[in-house]
Design a binder for this molecule. Sequence first.
Ligand code: ASP
Length: 324
Amino acid sequence: MKKKILVIHTGGTISMSEDHETGAVTPSEENPLTNQTSALLQLADIMVAEPFHLPSPHITPAEMLLLKNIIEEYDEKHGIEGVVITHGTDTLEETAYFLDLTVQFSHPIVVTGAMRSSNEIGADGLYNLISSIKVAASDEARDKGVLVVLNDEIHTAENVTKTHTSNVSTFQSPQYGPIGIVTKRGVFFHHAPTTHEKYSIQHVSKRVALIKAHAGLDSSMLFALRDMEFDGVVIEALGQGNVPPSAVEGILGLIKKQIPVVLVSRCFNGIVQDIYGYEGGGKHLKDIGVIFSNGLNGQKARLKLLIGLASNRKQKEIDEMFQV
Ligand code: ASP
């Protein structure tokens, strides 16, 4: 019996074409993937939704929330058994992680995309879509959180990130690796995530900024964020979780205004910890009330903080969210 899978097309290179004269890659009048639906029907009982058609730099948390609502509505009305979302690769990991934290759905959700548009040589879109449907239809994909499938690899939304501007093997999970592979013979998992978190959310109207630390970072941007009344700030700190002393005053200014400050590292492996006791070191930052994250990258910590704030969590509960 074929599984009932909802395919949601949202745009991105996977649904674009290249103009052979100018070389520009743009969305076409008609999504080339929609024409492929009949080929996909061999793999599953497919339903298609196309709520918007956007390059992924145009996607915001509002579209992510819309996708969450669409999945939950289809599940309620049609009893779907899996979901595949096609998405631009630039912000794909953010949408995948947002859905991972918020969608109430017990079947697999797979997010995929392409690095080459539909009419380029070596186009990877249709292939990735087929692999993703196979994963979404597999029983083993259940209870593994939202998955990202491209280039024959299965990654968790929590760990995956886009690592290369143009290579088809761009999606990697630094430090952890993929949790499974897709081959001609089937879908094989070799690891399983150890934690599952879900947060209930109705809106995404909080403003959370993301700042990258660098040698000599001062407090001016942090003061500006406080004065603009941002609701939360994520800092991609140096190394194990340190900032230049010149940034400390700005962090204190935010904390005094009860604006949560979450720390991640600009290193793409490892976690932040309260190790160093000098001014601006991790120990100092922890003592003044900075929240230490648990290995998420900056863009995902930003979404998690936004979700925590939008679900009215207090500082202590937000701190707990980042320890999971
Ligand atoms: N810039 C494109 C996008 O994210 C890249 C892609 O889809 O691969 O929409």
